[in-house]
Design a protein around this ligand. Sequence first.
Ligand SMILES: CC(C)(COP(=O)(O)OP(=O)(O)OC[C@H]1O[C@@H](n2cnc3c(N)ncnc32)[C@H](O)[C@@H]1OP(=O)(O)O)[C@@H](O)C(=O)NCCC(=O)NCCS
Length: 149
Amino acid sequence: MACNTPIVLRLATITDANSIVAFDHVAASEPARVQFIHDQIKSSACYVAVIDANVVAYAVLNYKFYDNGWIEMLYVHPQFRRQGIGSALIRHLLNACRTAQLFTSTNQSNLSMQRLLATLEFDRSGFIENLDEGNPELVYFKRLRDNAI
Ligand SMILES: CC(C)(COP(=O)(O)OP(=O)(O)OC[C@H]1O[C@@H](n2cnc3c(N)ncnc32)[C@H](O)[C@@H]1OP(=O)(O)O)[C@@H](O)C(=O)NCCC(=O)NCCS
């Protein structure tokens, strides 16, 4: 179902951190995730989707993957999924990315993310075993332009 309410996509500010932590279920039990969110916001790598002044999703774009653009995180509030918000955030990152190629990854078990990436025409780029036992990390990439800016 497409979302008809306007979505604002923007860099996160530190005042968004509590909203993100409130809907990211991993943050509820893992202090390291809370720290990650704060760190990514502080380094201007965290983007949020906002609807009616509420933060409903966040994504992290940094350059840790062999100096390429790397979507390290995409997380949509459970009540706002299947409304095109995750796709909209990724499209926003396609424009924000400073490198010619953009990479991301997801577990083999995460069919939702795999389908989302397929709809945005990301290509597969191998896999990494032994991170999560029995659940390989599938790597994806998208060529954005011929040369880095
Ligand atoms: C994966 C995730 C980011 C998708 O976000 P979303 O906003 O629901 O995705 P979209 O609405 O943009 O979906 C785009 C397409 O992806 C596919 N898709 C997304 N969620 C799906 C699901 N649960 N089942 C099947 N296909 C799915 C569909 O093809 C969908 O298009 P459609 O709704 O027109 O059929 C969201 O489910 C989420 O936050 N999950 C928990 C965190 C996570 O797994 N993040 C990714 C790894 S870091």
